[in-house]
Design a protein around this ligand. Sequence first.
Ligand SMILES: Cc1ncc(COP(=O)(O)O)c(C=O)c1O
Length: 381
Amino acid sequence: MNLDDSTVDLDRLRAEFPILSRKTYLNSCSLGALSTRSQAYLADFQELWHEMGASAWYEHWLGRIEDLRGRVAAFWGAEPAETALLPSTSVALSVMSESVARTGRNRVVCTGLDFPTLAYQWAVKPDIELVVLESPDGVRIDPAQFEEAVDDRTLFLATSHVFFTTGYVQDLETLAGIAHRAGAYCLIDGYQGAGQVPLDLESTGVDFYTAGPLKWLLGGPGLAYLYVRRELIEGLEPRITSWFATEGQFDFDLQGFRYRPDARRFEMGTPALPTVHTALGGQEIIDEVGIEAIVARNRRLTEHLIVRCQESGMTLRLADPDHRSAIVMVRHDDPVGAVRHLGEHGIIVDHRPGFVRISPHVYNTDEEIDRCVETLAAYAL
Ligand SMILES: Cc1ncc(COP(=O)(O)O)c(C=O)c1O
């Protein structure tokens, strides 16, 4: 990959995000910044609603849904027919858990580093044996642990692309290989991956991948995206469904439910149209900047942040450089107080138990990072 961020027109990019001139914003892994472009698309949506009412659906909004699907599919290296729009990652995960035939398998393998909503899908199913792999170092899971736990009883190897409290990037091909050798499905929660890590889903071999516009894709809350590998789609029949999942959606035929042949068979009703519009704005910006430049710039910003924290005597929970992403965890005895203190100085970061979490994105600068580290250092470590 060409790690060159010289193509990023930083002034122009920053000008699209009003929060950057009001705050030092270093919390994109919780919520990406809102662009003026997303805001304008949202205003267009509202204006059409005033002007046309429901007729805007057919003339405009259904088209915007397909624009978003097409952009997301191209962005993550798949076909639109392999890409579904859902209300949240939790729904995407539960649809997949209700789509596969059990075929005598009742084990699901996930990890203690995954976002909890992943494990919850199976923890509430008494007939599932949920195996939660524990990290040896609090940062990562060794692929050998998956290899050992995933066996011929396993239905899903389900885990994250990037761990939300360590920033560790797992290798998707390795995970897909382990799952498939045991005859299991590989399901990935990519919420912390999409937008900060390059994606070419078809080439990785994963079966299911879910992400959303909220964080690194700069599109706000209210939607999730689901990739389902083409060869699998027609063999999967979700046991929860909606009128968006059927062929002849607008026939309104109660007796005539037939799963669509594409990934829309996994959809769960009307998508959040305001988010379709804000997500399109964010996705356009991500596509224009380009994922390679984003990765290059985020890597540089992250290294700068790490060096500055270490110079200030802070203790970090860090992935090794080959598996690192733009989520930096600073150990702290009072993370809630520290985040409040930073907030009082116009600096927005986040906390997780025992840590302050700082996540720069492509639009941030070294100076913002310096300001954050200096202000944090001034608060008792
Ligand atoms: C890795 C990961 N998965 C899932 C979620 C949230 O899922 P949902 O869209 O169901 O709220 C988050 C954060 O909000 C996350 O960091």
